[in-house]
Ligand binder design. Structure first.
Ligand code: NDP
Length: 295
């Protein structure tokens, strides 16, 4: 199948690697050097514009920071709409927002282009292993067409509901990840400050009822080791938590926890910058307390 992939970032790249193994792939990236490097390592063709990338593609996949970025690639003489034909299947793997996605979907539907939101979870490790969870929003017929393509990098591909439902699911998931990140950081920092070893506190937590993905995987692998790799930008988690808080508002759910978490992420992003990793807020908590969660 001819597939176009736009957005070779931290997660987009390993997703595209799987597609290159099974399909005829064309890649486009805003910074062209990344696309050239990709094509040098994986069977694929480089396109110099979004229009060129999608021309002749049966399936188009985007993986950009925000829905606004996806919208920004549609128009103009080099835009995707100038190249996409009727009947194209367009899957947006961006962790985007439901409202912009529905707006894009309405435009595409009038042009005969099938569109679904298909954000992913599982991190860059999951993308490399091809074990991502994919949360799809769109019609049943579009989901059935999308599924085999998404299974190239997804182990669990779920139809969540109509267009935008995938983004809503993803935003709430990531908002919950963020809540936990701050909560685990705060709790462990206090325990270490009181004199308990970080290693022991994490081990006991993980054998008890307060354990979570953050305490079982992220803290042992990235915090206790002091490795703090950059795999997912804090700025993107901040964006996700905002979308999650807005979604709660739309649904009439007060959500004080998710709103506070979104506020804390905004503050951390302002303090740490656009390139900081999402675990860096734990370092802020440590610094404020004057201790380190060292294993
Ligand atoms: P990165 O910041 O690593 O990469 C972003 C990509 O989008 C780059 O290819 C960048 O191009 C491109 N880009 C940025 N702005 C624009 C624009 N205005 N127009 C065109 N291209 C643009 O992000 P990730 O790959 O980490 O994330 C992509 C999406 O996936 C986000 O929505 C994120 O929330 C989500 N996600 C990320 C995960 C992770 O672990 N990293 C996990 C799950 C979901 P350039 O090379 O020129 O900068």
């Amino acid at each position: 199948m001819r597939i176009a992939f736009l957005g070779l970032g931290a997660i987009g790249t390993p997703m595209a690697v799987h597609l290159a193994k099974a399909h005829e792939l064309t890649v486009w990236n805003r910074t062209g050097a990344r696309a050239t490097a990709f094509a040098a390592a994986h069977p694929s063709t480089v396109a110099t514009t979004p229009r060129e990338a999608v021309a002749g593609a049966e399936v188009v996949i985007t993986c950009l920071p925000t829905s606004a970025d996806v919208e920004g690639l549609l128009d103009g003489s080099d835009g995707m709409l100038a190249g996409m034909g009727k009947g194209t299947l367009f899957l947006d793997c961006t962790s985007g927002d439901p409202e912009t996605t529905r707006k894009i979907g309405a435009r595409l539907a009038s042009l005969g282009i099938a569109f679904a939101d298909a954000p992913v979870s599982g991190g860059t490790n999951g993308a490399e292993a091809g074990t991502l969870t994919v949360m799809v929003g769109g019609s049943d017929a579009i989901f059935q067409r999308a599924r085999p393509v998404l299974e190239c990098f997804g182990r669990r591909v779920e139809h969540m509901g109509p267009l935008g439902a995938g983004h809503a699911m993803k935003a709430v998931n990531n908002a919950l990840l963020a809540v936990n990140l701050f909560a685990v950081g705060e709790g462990l920092t206090a325990l270490v400050k009181s004199g308990i070893s970080a290693q022991k506190a994490v081990e006991v937590l993980n054998a008890s009822s307060g354990r979570s993905f953050v305490s079982e995987y992220l803290v042992p692998e990235r915090v206790l080791t002091r490795l703090f790799p950059v795999t997912f930008r804090l700025a993107l988690l901040d964006k996700d938590a905002r979308i999650g808080a807005e979604f709660l508002e739309e649904q009439g759910v007060a959500g004080p926890i998710l709103h506070l978490t979104s506020e804390l992420l905004g503050q951390a992003r302002a303090a740490l910058g656009e390139e900081a990793d999402y675990l860096a807020p734990i370092q802020l908590i440590e610094r404020e307390a004057g201790v380190e969660l060292q294993g």
